[in-house]
Design a binder for this molecule. Structure first.
Ligand SMILES: *Cc1c(COP(=O)(O)O)cnc(C)c1O
Length: 461
């Protein structure tokens, strides 16, 4: 299995170089030339623990490392970083189940991959004999930034610079980034939104060349980010069976709060690897460009950009969609270049009918605005005493709307404490201006303990 660029299928490389490069030289994204089968029997699936699943999936998707190397990367990368024994947790409520992916160092699901990325990268440099130092350039809508800073802080021969929209992240997200310690870290608030940050970073990849330094990416455009995320879909499936909610072979739907389309694409890859995934619900907030795309076939970014209570989903250019389009076009790089050229030149593209058929085969779209998301948080709290954050709430509200037959798992992507003021407002409490006051208040009212690492930010700020 090789990796090829979506913009030029003759641009072929192996998994190690794909991780080092992040983005292909031609501006494309690397994808596996074929998606390998996971080949897990019921017994195997149920016997693997979380780390074992990650090792199995990475062994298949990143074959360049070899079994021993992958074992060490996963064991060391995840060791002592999570506050639940399985790294993630599955919780059941009346209508659906929630896969909590926020028990890592920065309280967002980005940790699941970013705990491993520095090790994936340094091992790839060692195995390929790449003598360069690495400068990681990262655009963030709020959560990737902190998770990447935390992961790369003081990693030898690397530096990391994070660009975030100065007016578009929560107070806690901003504080998390600005208080990051480490000799090799830089944080930069930009005028503009996430799309501007990401476009700037992609441009730097094409235009900046410094001798002895290679640029790397911690965004989900890097397959080193994407591939570890495939594993938790397998975990969710196995855990549903262990909890007696699903039988082996039965289809399981997922509702995914979507921004850059990385998380949900990992779910699609899991499905292509053989996991019995039913529908993948692409859940958007008021920036519903993907919802409109799924219903009309036109991807049109000539629209107003909204700041919402789920800032990590405030995105209009969802980079990873390009990977799905490429597969849907039968790996026709020329056709893909035309669509991407239309998007950057005219501000929109129209997908051919067959391509939309391909996509709609696996994906549904829905969107929920802040009011619907807040209602979802309140209902779930009042009826089931279960607390979710604003992003997860979008996916939950969308799942309720879509009412897809069968069982559904909602991916829970951030701790409610990362967005405490909004969550307080949602459950009908008076909101405090100060984010630490809001966190304390939320803890007092709900009794759900706040993550110690968020609480301790107060001393650092
Ligand atoms: C990044 C993020 C998302 C969106 O994930 P994508 O992979 O960009 O689609 C959703 N929720 C939270 C909390 C996030 O941090």
């Amino acid at each position: 299995m090789e990796y090829i660029s979506t913009r030029n299928r003759k641009n072929v490389t192996d998994s190690l170089h794909a991780v080092i490069k992040g983005l292909a030289e031609d501006g494309g994204l690397f994808v596996p030339s074929e998606i390998p089968e996971a080949k897990l029997s019921e017994e195997q699936l149920l016997s693997l623990d979380y780390d074992g699943l990650v090792m199995h999936i990475l062994g298949l998707l990143l074959p360049g490392y070899g079994e021993e190397e992958i074992r060490e990367i996963v064991t060391e990368g995840y060791r002592d970083k999570f506050d639940v024994p399985d790294r993630v947790a599955l919780k059941h409520t009346a209508k659906c189940s929630f896969l909590e992916l926020y028990h890592g160092p920065t309280s967002a699901f980005k940790d699941m991959a970013l705990c491993l990325l520095p090790r994936l990268l340094t091992a790839a440099n060692r195995l390929t004999g790449n003598p360069d130092k690495v400068m990681i350039l990262t655009a963030t809508s709020g959560d990737t930034g902190k998770a990447a800073l935390e992961a790369f802080a003081d990693v030898p021969d690397t530096g990391i610079t994070v660009f975030y929209p100065a007016g578009g992240v929560s107070d806690i997200q901003k504080l998390q980034m600005q208080t990051q310690e480490g000799k090799n870290v830089r944080v930069c608030g930009i005028e503009g939104n996430f799309d501007d940050a990401q476009t700037g970073v992609k441009k730097a990849f094409e235009e900046v060349h410094v001798k002895g330094v290679s640029l790397g990416s911690a965004n989900s455009i890097n397959i080193g980010r994407l591939t570890p995320q495939v594993a938790y879909y397998f975990y969710a499936y196995a855990q549903m069976i262990r909890d007696g909610k699903l039988s082996y072979g039965e289809k399981l739907n997922f509702s995914v709060p979507t921004g850059n389309f990385g998380d949900i694409l990992a779910g699609w890859i899991a499905k292509k690897m053989g996991l019995p995934v039913g529908r993948l619900l692409c859940a958007s907030n008021r920036n519903r460009i993907l919802t409109d795309f799924l219903s009309t076939g036109v991807y049109d970014r000539r629209r107003e950009f909204y700041l919402t209570a789920s800032p990590s989903m405030d995105i209009l250019i969802s980079s990873n969609l390009e990977r799905l389009l490429f597969y849907g076009l039968g790996m026709d790089d020329e056709a893909l270049r035309t669509l991407m050229g239309d998007l950057s030149g005219k501000g929109f593209f129209e997908a051919p009918y067959e391509l939309m058929e391909f996509i709609r085969n696996d994906f549904d779209g829905a969107s929920s605005d802040d009011r619907e998301a807040f209602n979802a948080i309140r209902r779930l709290w009042e009826q089931e005493h279960y607390l979710i954050d604003t992003h997860t709430a979008v996916a939950y509200a969308c799942a309720e709307k879509a009412a897809t037959p069968g069982k559904t798992v909602v991916l829970s992507t951030a701790s409610p404490y990362k967005f405490a003021s909004s969550v307080l407002e949602a459950i009908g409490e008076k909101v405090s201006e100060d984010c630490f006051e809001a966190m304390d208040k939320l803890e007092d009212i709900t009794g759900v303990p706040q993550p110690p690492r968020l609480k301790s930010l107060k001393e650092k700020s």
